[in-house]
Design a protein around this ligand. Structure first.
Ligand SMILES: *Cc1c(COP(=O)(O)O)cnc(C)c1O
Length: 381
């Protein structure tokens, strides 16, 4: 037999409580029983998003809420800024272009965070820009962008800040209302400890005003229609009932742990992982502004990163992620978000050490694990 461990940046492991909740017989969605579950999940999402606004629940992967944000807030010809520091930032720009928006691309070197000064410059020179689109955590490069500073730049302008928080919400502090984030997007299969299939989005008052004026074509993702239905404890179209039942359970777990504790846990796991990789003398992809959701690491020159990641998955049973585009074969990514705790990190670090040895790289057994343990111990009394 081979025991399998999932440490990729989505999908992430699902707790037993959530799996069991989803295993219950399917109930009809237009019933008082389901309405209660739906409403409770939506209320709990407000806690996790740190907002007073409605959080809409959509049957889609995260990209659905990204696309909906563009089609519901902007019109063809509108100008937006896309922070393109990786695959997901690129996606913001591509969706915008698909809807006929004019995109000011900011190309950020992979592994770096965007400099808010660059955004300010573009905003100053282009007063017609109506939106700044960014990730809070760019999963493909393991970087956290300075969302608080970016949000502050848009406050005195007629411009929204639209944040993909898919690997940030429930991982680290991104208080939507406090920071003045206009649109915050998340998805089910990352920090929220669910299978793929749900997307979430919340809009500020300012963003709802943009919605009234936006003329992009839309049908399935119509945020106003969803908000009206949410007020009636339901959704416009058939909701993903089993996933919503699981969502209620996973959000209750997060609430019970407490958001602050959830954030410190993620920070500790991330710090332990980085520390372990440095102890193994491996180079981090994002040393300056690392995301607490995932750690990106350069594979030693002599090793083919794609083979390395495949070996970990197929021979050792440990699934981590490789790199995308020009980083394909050059990096690996260990995720530490969602239903992940101390000993998952020990497994990931030990597996990397052992695989390095198998690939002929010189490592001292246990060096990475020892460094991780030192940090992880801080989580215990
Ligand atoms: C996973 C992810 C997405 C969404 O991808 P889907 O495959 O559509 O769920 C978007 N942005 C970031 C930062 C992500 O990590």
């Amino acid at each position: 037999m081979k025991k399998r461990y999932l440490l990729a940046p989505g999908p992430t492991p699902v707790p037993e409580e959530v799996l069991l909740a989803m295993a219950r017989p399917v109930i009809h969605h237009r019933t008082p029983q389901f309405s209660e579950v739906f409403k409770e999940a939506a209320e709990l999402l407000k806690y996790v998003f740190q907002t007073k606004q409605d959080v809409l629940i959509l049957a889609a992967s995260g990209t659905g809420a990204m696309e909906g944000s563009i089609s519901n807030l902007f019109s063809p010809g509108d100008e937006v800024i896309a922070v393109n520091g990786g695959k997901f930032g690129e996606r913001w720009g591509q969706i915008s272009e698909a809807y006929g928006l004019k995109v000011h691309w900011i190309n950020v070197e992979w592994g770096n965070a965007v400099d808010p000064g660059v955004i300010k410059n573009i905003l100053d020179k282009n007063p017609k820009v109506k939106g700044v689109l960014t990730q809070a955590s760019e999963t493909s490069t393991a970087v956290a962008h300075p969302v608080k500073e970016i949000a502050a730049l848009t406050k005195k302008r007629d411009c929204l800040v639209v944040v993909d928080g898919i690997t940030a919400v429930g991982v680290f502090d991104v208080p939507m209302d406090e920071w003045g984030i206009d649109v915050l997007v998340s998805g089910s299969q990352k920090a929220l400890m669910l299978p793929p299939g749900l997307a979430f989005v919340a809009l500020s008052d300012r963003a709802w005003k943009f919605h009234e004026k936006a003329r992009s074509p839309r049908y399935y993702f119509d945020f106003k229609k969803e908000q009206n239905n949410l007020a009636k404890k339901t959704s416009a179209y058939t909701p993903a009932t089993s996933l919503v039942t699981g969502l209620r359970e996973s959000l209750l777990m997060i609430k019970k742990e407490g958001l602050k504790t959830v954030f410190t846990r993620h920070e500790r796991l991330a710090e332990a992982t980085r520390s372990a990789m440095e102890a193994l003398e491996l180079k981090l992809l994002a040393p300056e502004s690392p995301s607490p959701a995932t750690t990106g690491v350069y594979v030693p020159e002599a090793i083919d990163g794609a083979k390395f990641v495949k070996y970990l998955r197929d021979d050792m049973g440990v699934t981590i992620a490789g790199g995308q585009d020009h980083l394909r074969g050059k990096i690996f990514r260990i995720a530490h978000m969602g239903y992940i705790d101390t000993f998952d990190i020990i497994i990931a670090v030990a597996a990397v050490e052992m695989a390095l040895k198998k690939f002929g790289h010189k490592v001292k057994h246990g060096k990475g694990v020892a460094a991780a343990e030192k940090i992880l111990l801080k989580g215990y009394k």
